[in-house]
Write a protein that binds this ligand. Structure first.
Ligand SMILES: NC(=O)c1ccc[n+]([C@@H]2O[C@H](COP(=O)([O-])OP(=O)(O)OC[C@H]3O[C@@H](n4cnc5c(N)ncnc54)[C@H](OP(=O)(O)O)[C@@H]3O)[C@@H](O)[C@H]2O)c1
Length: 300
């Protein structure tokens, strides 16, 4: 199967390309770096200029759209927020327009989305039918998924993959936390009672290939382990796996002071999302529990 991937240099995209190749598929990449283009497996696009080499879409079975400015990189200034929105919404629109102009469009388009769409849900477990929140990430998620829903569903099946925190020592949140935790300086943010919905990168890749190959999936799909944990449990389990104590606490006020709105939204917000659609259709998780998952990821 020939599949077009965006965000192929990112944490999920780079591993997904290798995973697809190992499974006998052919990933074709859309990249912004012109020097990587080879006109066979790597094509140019620049969503901020609405530029896309449509040769990339030739004979592809599906599209997996993962590109977007990194949410956790730096404070959310007005400019940064615009970049976060535009890199997701404009790029999705550009792909949808390209698909709509094709006489033989791809059979599926999987878009990244995120549980940030639910906002702070406290103690409540949330499934795919939960409405979007009215904060920044809720509105970003809605705009991102609305752009995808413009696709003619009778020709191209679309899925919004609402990822929880994707754990890997190679990148993302876990990689950023590891140096402090390895030195015994890992901290609990805020009260520590906020829920973290998480998945290992390996399970995330298996979810993506499952969503690509099963026609029954359409619309939003929660992509995380069925066992969300409180941040305190997450931090103490990580410390335990590394044989390091976790005694530091960073108050909500300090998190806000150091990281601003980005920190409050990504570190303090509680989201206990449940992968209802995946479970209903029998998806089996390789790493459903946090401790064995961290042991697997960190070879401990
Ligand atoms: N990792 C997580 O825990 C997590 C959780 C929830 C949701 N997600 C979502 O899943 C997607 C993939 O996550 P990831 O962790 O692999 O992300 P990542 O490592 O930050 O990579 C995202 C990729 O997007 C592309 N990109 C960056 N800025 C861009 C821009 N302005 N315009 C177009 N493309 C841009 C880059 O690829 P090129 O340089 O090749 O263009 C980059 O490698 C993202 O949309 C993310 O928001 C991730």
């Amino acid at each position: 199967m020939k599949v077009l991937i965006t965000g192929s240099s990112g944490l999920i995209g780079s591993s997904l390309c290798k995973h697809l190749e190992r499974s006998g598929h052919t990933p074709v990449k859309l990249v912004r770096n012109f020097s990587l283009v080879d006109s066979k497996t790597c094509f140019y696009w620049n969503p901020s200029k609405a530029e896309l080499d449509t040769h990339a879409l030739k004979e592809v079975e599906g599209i997996i759209h993962l590109a977007g400015e990194n949410i956790a990189k730096g404070r959310w200034t007005h400019r940064r927020k615009q970049a976060l929105i535009r890199s997701r919404v404009d790029s999705t629109r550009l792909l949808v327009e390209a698909i709509e102009s094709m006489s033989s469009p791809p059979s599926f388009m999987l878009n990244a989305s995120a549980i940030g769409i639910y906002g702070d849900t406290g103690e409540r477990q949330v499934v795919e039918s939960e409405p979007a929140a009215h904060d920044f990430l809720g509105e970003l998620g809605s705009a991102w998924e609305n752009a995808l829903s413009e696709l003619d569903q009778t020709k191209t099946r679309s899925v919004a993959m609402r990822f929880g925190l994707v754990l890997s020592p190679k990148g993302g949140a876990l990689k950023s936390m590891l140096p402090a935790f390895r030195m015994g300086g890992g901290a609990i943010f805020g009260s520590g009672r906020q829920f973290v919905s998480w998945t290992t990168l390996d399970d995330a890749l298996r979810m993506i290939t499952t969503l690509a190959s099963h026609d029954g999936y359409q619309g939003p799909v929660n992509c995380m382990s069925p066992h969300a944990v409180r941040f305190e449990t997450f931090a103490k389990t990580l410390g335990g796996v590394l044989h390091r104590p976790v005694f530091l606490k960073l108050s909500a006020r300090m998190v806000g002071f150091i990281f601003g709105e980005m920190g409050k939204s990504t570190l303090l917000t509680s989201c206990r999302a449940h992968p209802q659609k995946l479970l209903e259709k029998g998806f089996s998780f390789q790493h459903p529990e946090i401790e064995p998952a961290l042991r697997h990821l960190l070879n401990r």
